[in-house]
Design a protein around this ligand. Structure first.
Ligand code: 13P
Ligand code: SF4
Length: 372
């Protein structure tokens, strides 16, 4: 076995990633198991439901974004967290864990294309532009957890809050209790689907396109708006279409449609049940044998549900392959590389949010956790 080691300035040696890609899968599993044992309680491995089977198998705890945030906030014994998920999740875990806990993302390229659709400069510019038309003290900013730490800090600074797919309605209710308008970013679909379910008419929601002056609206429209929806979306969930639902229902009227709220409104409106990944899992787990589902969320999760519930009939809602390419980047070579470095006392790919951003971001995150 060849392991490339590079000297770090402080004398510690860092194992290089590249050779790990040539290690057979069985050996990687064995080595991850051995490293995991050596690290004991000092390490917590968190895994999101969209991770591949061979990766999620090594997670100590798994969950949706809300559960993973709660687990990070509750973690006490560990010194390190390896986050099998995407960048915003690792950032959130860093903010919610104690200062001396180091959070590691096995592959730095594991981002979220939706989170990348709103950057802090664009959101600051939007706030300023909105301020020329309406009084921003009437607006609660709400960021979906799929966003950078800087946006969470923005919400913290402006009396706003974070939400997840698992608590969006509860959070929006709180937001409307504070002020009469909401700026929701970055996922227009979660914002629209949730506000609509709460009774906000579509005519009172306007999409804010950061590339256009006034977000592509006129002053009169903005003055009459209750929910400003950032023009962001999930590339995975936008692949589900109403005609996919019609196809399944046409074939079998007993088929139940279960979708994630990041799907477009036309899909959510036709579905039987809408929920976060955790809710999707719990719904299927609680259903009687013989239940029939067409599920609209990431492919790895749906395939896992199929394996775990052979007593039910489970279909993937789309004829296309909808998988999250960035979640998929976390694989056994990266996991083994991060863990074996940790055994050597070397922290690779640390995700560290600066103190000021953490302080303000925590205000918005804590409001969410209190509401949940
Ligand atoms: P959940 O919080 O429902 O797991 O969703 C996270 C996510 O990124 C879905 O695309
Ligand atoms: Fe982001 Fe969509 Fe992937 Fe979720 S599924 S992490 S929203 S790109």
């Amino acid at each position: 076995m060849v392991i490339d080691l590079l000297a770090q300035p402080d004398g510690a040696a860092v194992r290089q990633l590249e050779p790990y890609h040539r290690v057979p899968e069985g050996d990687l599993r064995e080595r991850i198991g051995a490293a995991r044992e050596r690290l004991g309680d000092s390490l917590l491995v968190l895994g999101h439901h969209y991770q591949k089977d061979e990766v999620i198998e090594f997670a100590d705890l798994r969950g949706d974004s809300l559960k993973l945030s709660q687990l990070a906030a509750e973690s006490r014994a560990c010194r390190h967290v390896i986050f099998c998920g995407v960048h915003f999740m690792a950032e959130t875990a860093d903010m919610l864990t104690a200062d001396d806990v180091e959070v590691i993302l096995p592959d730095m390229a594991a981002g979220c294309s939706m989170a990348d659709m709103a950057d802090i400069d664009q959101v600051e510019a939007c706030w300023e532009e909105l301020g020329e038309v309406v009084d921003t003290s009437e607006i609660t900013p709400v960021t979906y957890i799929n966003s950078t730490a800087a946006l969470k800090a923005f919400c913290g600074r402006h009396g706003g809050v974070v939400c997840t797919s698992g608590n969006a309605e509860r959070v929006l209710r709180w937001a409307f209790g504070q002020r009469k308008r909401v700026l929701f970013f970055p996922d227009q679909h979660l914002g629209r689907n949730t506000a609509k379910a709460m009774g906000v008419p579509l005519s009172r929601m306007k999409v804010w396109d950061p590339a256009l002056p006034l977000g592509g609206n006129n002053e009169g429209e903005l003055a009459e708006t209750t929910v400003y929806l950032w023009k962001g979306w999930c590339s995975v969930h936008q692949m589900f279409k109403p005609e996919h639902i019609d196809l399944f229902r046409g074939r079998d009227p007993e088929m139940k449609i279960l979708v994630h709220p990041e799907c477009p409104m036309e899909v959510v409106d036709r579905a039987d049940i809408i929920g976060s990944t955790e809710r999707i899992i719990n719904t299927v787990a609680a259903a009687p044998a013989g239940s029939k589902w067409a599920i609209g969320t990431e492919l790895h999760l749906v395939n896992r549900l199929k394996q775990e519930h052979p007593e039910q009939t489970i279909h993937f809602l789309s004829p296309m392959v909808c998988m999250c390419a960035t979640m998929y980047r976390i694989d056994l070579p990266h996991l083994c590389w991060a863990m074996e470095n940790l055994v050597d006392g070397v922290v690779v790919n640390r995700i560290k949010v600066d103190g000021e951003t953490t302080e303000k971001g925590l205000l918005a995150l804590q409001r969410m956790l209190d509401l949940s």
